[in-house]
Design a binder for this molecule. Structure first.
Ligand code: FES
Length: 293
């Protein structure tokens, strides 16, 4: 750096305020130099702040970085020029003239406390919220409405009560009717999108009507080698449906699942809450018959 008269001055420009730039600035500042620390980012810290651990010691990145950021931030000999870029450099060693372009900020860095409020309400970044188009309301039968209201009433609290509510509706109706999910959304003030995300995440929930009895055949490796595919075929034939379908009288829904943790009993089937193991296709068919109304 130089004064306007061309005399050599004890000032240093450090470009880049990552961990290396900060350490260099601290060392120079401690040695008595005036340091101009330039970074094009809005803050000092660089990319290390985005890391969790560092190779090869597996040290916490933030534990390494944070003390240097604090020291740099408060050092009287270091002038931070963030959100700034170098436009030109002229001169020679010990006598430089550097032109720096400081980009405009929408906040006053001297007053900023880093609370993040401005970014939350940023008019440039945030998408304007528009009311979603009205979805036709699905009317529930009076009976269903009182049942679902009773289930919702069992659980206090907001979002944390959603999963047990869905489980209870699923147990009661064997599926999750959309009208009921909308009722949950209305009473618990939870967006329907959030409820649908949860309802479609778990395989045990269904958004399609299911039969009175859910028949599952385990097709995990142990059950497969012990004849599960033949049991599945027999069920498909006897019920007249494919796996994943429900009989037209709404009695049975047939599903295939992967290992249910009873490999010692393979091949395993479940009908509702009941579990049966070590079955031949004929034995499985007989058990299924017992559930017919
Ligand atoms: S593979 Fe069927 S219970 Fe494990």
């Amino acid at each position: 750096m130089s004064s306007n008269t061309g005399e050599k001055v004890g000032a240093v420009l450090v470009v880049g305020a990552g961990v290396g730039g900060m350490q260099a600035s601290l060392d120079l500042a401690e040695a008595g130099y005036k340091v101009y620390l330039v970074d094009k980012g809005p803050s000092i810290g660089g990319v290390m702040a985005q890391l969790d651990k560092t190779f090869p010691t597996n040290d916490c990145a933030m534990c390494t970085l944070a003390p240097r950021m604090v020291d740099c931030g408060g050092h009287l000999n270091i002038e931070k020029l963030t959100y700034s870029e170098i436009e030109s450099i002229e001169g020679e060693a010990g006598n430089f003239n550097v032109k720096i372009r400081k980009k405009a900020r929408s906040v006053d860095p001297d007053k900023c406390t880093g609370c993040g409020e401005c970014s939350e309400h940023c008019l440039v970044k945030n998408i304007v919220y528009l009311e979603p188009p009205a979805v036709p309301k699905i009317e529930l039968e009076a009976d269903d409405l009182s049942k679902v209201d009773e289930i919702i009433g069992r659980y206090s609290g907001g979002r944390e009560s959603l999963l047990p509510i869905l489980q209870s509706i699923n147990t009661e109706f064997n599926w999750l009717p959309e009208g009921m999910l909308r009722r949950v959304a209305e009473i618990k003030q939870i967006p329907i999108e959030h409820i649908l995300r949860l309802a479609t995440f778990y395989k045990s929930f269904s958004l399609e009507p299911r039969g009175k009895h859910i028949v599952t055949v385990c097709t995990g490796t142990a059950c497969h080698v012990k004849g599960a595919p033949r049991i599945l075929e027999r069920f498909e034939r006897d019920l007249g449906i494919q796996t994943g379908q429900t009989t037209s009288d709404m009695q049975f829904t047939l599903e295939a699942v992967r290992c249910i943790g009873c490999c010692g009993l393979s091949p395993v089937i479940t009908i509702g809450e009941d579990l049966y193991g070590k079955l031949s296709p004929a034995e499985a068919a007989k058990i299924l018959e017992r559930y017919r109304d």
